[in-house]
Design a protein around this ligand. Structure first.
Ligand SMILES: Cc1ncc(COP(=O)(O)O)c(C=O)c1O
Length: 476
């Protein structure tokens, strides 16, 4: 644990044990720095972390206070653990399509959406890059930039890996139509119909849909809402079911928001290397961290090339441009060929526009602003859920990304909440779409990537009311 995390933990304990009570003012950053013998920046980071978790809140020109709802300090939903991880035929697509279709409506408050608000992105600047590259584009670019993709863009991506101290050469990067295509190509490169894929439980529904579409089977391994996939259960599942590949989200998992520590990522890479089991690392949210640095991908611990690192610009820069990539270690040649034989290449103007935007600089500044907006939103959402949802609700406090995973009181069906919320013009993502098993019926995922306003607050109030009613009906 870092120093600021230890300090934050100790302050949170003082609050939980009642030494500091709701509404109490915290000692100033300077006082705490002197009394705890740590630097002011350590105190600041600890306060920032507690604020992100909804435990304290800042008041302008006044300092930090214990947040209003301390009696309901968010509790993490416990993971669903089962000793037997079983292989399952996947059959979720109908339900996922039903839910996605129903939340597409423009006038619905999109708490069930997988995308953050488009207003959070530098669309003007990107538009200018796009206009300029379209005017000056070398006509041969449409041929030269076929798979593996535009050389400048691949170099810019390799540079970002280098800045994060990860050794990835531009030659192993294949540009794709968003991360989802990268993930699918990895799956196609490593499996044949009937094979088993190891995934997390709960997992991103598109992983389930890809597995279903390719005629594969899934073995779901429990994932902890804070610490991510259970490596002991994973080792057991590998021994029992001999999966051909695993597909995991290491940073700010969708839907949990969990984050694997570096130690755990190292152990994960050791495990897959020992079994020569390729890992498809789905890392589309890694740039959206609230801590000090970007969390490392598992790829950074991979010495033998078993990790295929998939990411994109969809969630952090250019939604709709559909530009993603995979850095695929020893699989890069077969993935580049698969890309050629499926969709030939990603859109050339979109690749060039993003490469030009990255070259001009400003991406990191944009990311800082985006992360700040998401963190502020998270604080507001957590406060509102605490205020409006009934007792018995539990929720995560992710350290990045833009999803809250919420366990509803016992007996409340998230599909029922989804139905009633939609009839009130609000979408949510019900837990059932994140598994091929019958788990998570009383869980929902909320998207806090939309700028906080009174409509969102009243939507959470309405949702809380729906959950309260259903919970009371269950109790009768
Ligand atoms: C975990 C995860 N992986 C991949 C994707 C797809 O990313 P892209 O839009 O770049 O294809 C999403 C989008 O929702 C996601 O949540």
């Amino acid at each position: 644990m870092k120093l600021y995390e230890t300090l934050a933990e100790s302050i949170a304990q003082s609050i939980q044990s009642g030494i500091l009570r709701r509404g109490d003012k915290l000692p100033s950053v300077r006082q705490t720095s002197v009394s705890r013998k740590v630097s002011p920046s350590t105190v600041f980071q600890a306060y920032y972390l507690l604020e992100a978790r909804g435990i304290i809140s800042a008041r302008e020109r006044s300092g930090y206070y214990v947040a209003a709802q301390t009696s309901d300090i968010p509790l993490i939903p416990e993971p669903i653990i089962s000793d037997d991880v079983e292989v399952a035929q996947v059959d979720v697509s109908e339900l996922v399509f039903d839910v996605l279709e129903s939340i597409k409506e423009k006038n619905v408050i999109p708490l069930g959406s997988a995308f953050p608000s488009p207003l959070l992105f530098p669309l003007d600047k990107l538009g200018r890059s796009m206009a300029s590259v379209a005017r000056t584009m070398n006509p041969w670019a449409s041929v030269d930039n076929l798979s593996p993709g535009d050389a400048d863009l691949r170099r810019q991506i390799a540079l970002r890996y280098m800045i994060d101290d990860i050794s990835v050469s531009q030659d192993e990067i294949v540009i794709t139509n968003g991360a989802l295509e990268a993930l699918n190509l990895c799956l196609m490169a490593t499996t044949r119909p009937g094979d088993t894929v190891l995934i997390e439980s709960p997992t991103f529904y598109a992983a389930l849909q890809s597995i279903e579409r390719l005629g594969l089977k899934a073995v779901e391994v429990p994932s902890h809402p804070k610490e991510g996939v259970d490596l002991v259960a994973m080792a057991r599942a590998i021994e029992m079911h001999h999966p051909k590949v695993c597909w995991l989200m290491t940073n700010f998992q969708n839907p949990l928001g969990s984050l694997l520590s570096d130690e755990k990522k190292k152990s994960l890479v050791e495990l897959i290397t020992q079994y020569k089991l390729p890992l498809i690392e789905d890392d589309v949210y890694g740039e959206l961290y609230f801590g000090k640095n970007r969390p490392a991908p598992a790829k950074s611990f991979d010495r033998e090339g078993w990790v295929m690192h998939c990411a994109s610009f969809s969630k952090c820069l250019a939604p709709g441009y559909r530009v993603g990539w995979v850095a695929s270690g020893c699989f890069s040649k077969s993935i580049a060929r698969l890309k050629l034989t499926t969709t030939i290449s990603a859109s050339v103007p979109a690749q060039l526009a993003i490469a030009s935007y990255l070259q001009k600089g400003g991406y990191d500044k944009h990311l800082r602003n985006l992360r700040h907006s998401l963190l502020v939103n998270q604080i507001k959402f957590i406060e509102a859920v605490n205020l409006y949802f009934p007792a018995g609700t539990r929720l995560t406090t992710p350290q990045g990304g833009y999803f809250l995973w919420i366990k509803l009181p016992d007996g409340v069906s998230s599909l029922q909440v989804h139905k009633e919320a939609l009839s009130n013009g609000i979408s949510i993502a019900p837990g059932a779409i994140f598994t091929s098993l019958k788990n998570y019926d009383n869980y929902i995922r909320l998207n806090y990537g939309h700028i906080w306003n009174s409509h969102i607050e009243s939507a959470i109030n309405v949702l809380g009311g729906i959950v309260k009613n259903l919970s009371q009906q269950h109790a009768i």
